[in-house]
Design a binder for this molecule. Structure first.
Ligand SMILES: Nc1ncnc2c1ncn2[C@@H]1O[C@H](COP(=O)(O)OP(=O)(O)OP(=O)(O)O)[C@@H](O)[C@H]1O
Ligand SMILES: [Mg+2]
Length: 402
């Protein structure tokens, strides 16, 4: 009676413990580790191992092996039918081997690699809806005796639960991969669309240049060239933004003239300013003629902010002003880009730094501010925006001054 109660108790305990695996499905490695630990504990075994089945190579491989020398057996691969684990998988049944030295299937390699001395093995295939997922093994019962009937029942309970949990975790991983692929697909579609527009612009510019050359029309030639130039600049801006966004970037600090960088950006935006009927002004603090900055990062930030401000004028004219300002006492400096453009509605402000958020249709990708924010944060700085619809927008970047 007492014995029977103990059996039942162990079974209930095993069930309730392994049931918890189902909840931790998101991390496959942690899950396998947990299955190992629990089966070793419940079965009172010296070691345990779990081989996962890879349907592509049709092989079983050790994902985890516990016990004192567990780490060493992690890399072993077995064909189905090879070793005791492979045989259990092939025969699709629990194998209880009381003395492995007498079993011709025993795969000695694992012991010789790990230094572990296997005496008895209890092996069970992990299956779900008829599909092989892996093989679970417990090795050497701690009391020195072979595994008994009760152990066989227990390992079957564990195997059933473990298979569900492993299947869930693998499905979760597959879904995650599919979601990521879908996101990559979407990104590529949006970017390709935008790049195609720019290439069309370049193509049209080229044809206009040809026309100008054929007809010896200076004005037509110049118009075509401007089209090529504008779209080329956009392609280059897009590529540099993408490169900046795609990976973490360590700022490369060097002593440089911040105001000179501002002037260069202004010079590069003259054409754009002309198209928008804009005045591009600067208000520069000469204390920042020599300052430790990440020049290429700052240049990227400025190009994005000034580009946006000029776009915001929408050809109606107005001004864009870039201010630099050192606050020595606070050990920081500011770069302020303000414009008299269309402004940003309140409800949109929280969206503008999101990747791919753009209100410019085919004329924008929505990468500019996401990259700008990333660069500023990588330099331990802050970016702030204030805006009033119909009046204009001001972006303020605050960076530490060394
Ligand atoms: N100075 C500004 N004035 C008004 N709206 C702005 C300003 N700066 C940004 N925005 C708004 O924020 C959005 C996101 O800006 P962001 O620079 O990230 O993308 P974009 O300019 O649309 O495209 P791109 O990737 O080519 O820069 C813009 O589409 C625009 O709606
Ligand atoms: Mg932009």
């Amino acid at each position: 009676m007492t014995k029977r109660k103990t059996v039942l108790e162990r079974e209930i305990e095993a069930l309730s413990r392994v049931n918890k695996f189902i909840g931790s499905i998101s991390n496959l490695h942690r899950l396998l580790d947990l299955i190992m630990k629990e089966s070793k504990r419940i079965m009172k075994a010296e070691a345990s191992s779990l081989m996962l089945y890879d349907p592509k190579s049709k092989k079983l491989f050790f994902e985890v092996a516990l016990g004192k020398k567990g780490k060493k057996v992690k890399k072993i691969r077995l064909k189905v039918g090879q070793g005791i684990a492979g045989t259990a998988a092939k025969m699709d049944k629990v194998l209880n081997i009381p003395d492995v030295t007498k079993d011709p299937h025993f795969y000695k390699e694992a012991d010789s690699r790990s230094g572990f001395k296997t005496k008895s093995i209890l092996t069970v295939p992990l299956k779900r809806k008829g599909k092989l997922l892996g093989v679970l093994e417990v090795l050497n019962k701690k009391n020195g005796r072979p595994f008994d009937k009760q152990d066989v029942r227990l390992i079957q309970i564990i195997a059933g639960q473990a298979a569900v949990a492993i299947e869930n975790a693998q499905l979760y991983l597959a879904n995650l991969r599919a979601e990521r692929l879908a996101a990559v697909g979407q990104t590529i579609t949006s970017l390709s669309h935008y790049i195609k527009n720019l290439l069309t612009g370049i193509e049209m510019g080229k044809e206009t240049v040809h026309l100008g050359l054929e007809d010896r029309e200076q004005e037509t030639f110049a118009t075509g060239w401007r089209m090529v130039d504008k779209n080329m600049e956009k392609v280059s801006n897009l590529v540099l933004n993408m490169l900046n966004y795609s990976k973490p970037r360590k700022p490369l600090y060097q002593l440089a003239n911040l105001n000179e960088i501002v002037k260069q950006v202004v010079a590069s935006q003259e054409e754009h300013a002309k198209r928008e009927n804009a005045r591009l002004l600067t208000n520069l603090d000469h204390h920042l003629d020599r300052v430790l900055i990440d020049t290429s990062g700052i240049e990227r930030v400025l190009l994005n902010l000034v580009g946006n401000s000029l776009d915001a004028l929408k050809g109606r004219g107005g001004k864009v002003e870039i201010t630099t300002h050192l606050e020595k006492k606070k050990k920081l400096f500011r770069i302020i880009v303000s414009d008299t453009g269309c402004g940003i509605p309140k409800e949109q402000i929280k969206e503008i730094f999101n990747f791919f958020y753009s209100t410019k249709g085919s004329k924008g990708t929505g990468i500019g501010l996401a990259v700008t924010e990333k660069i500023v944060k990588e330099q331990k700085g802050k970016i702030k925006v204030t805006s009033e619809v119909g009046k204009g927008t001001t972006f303020t970047i605050t960076l530490p001054w060394h």
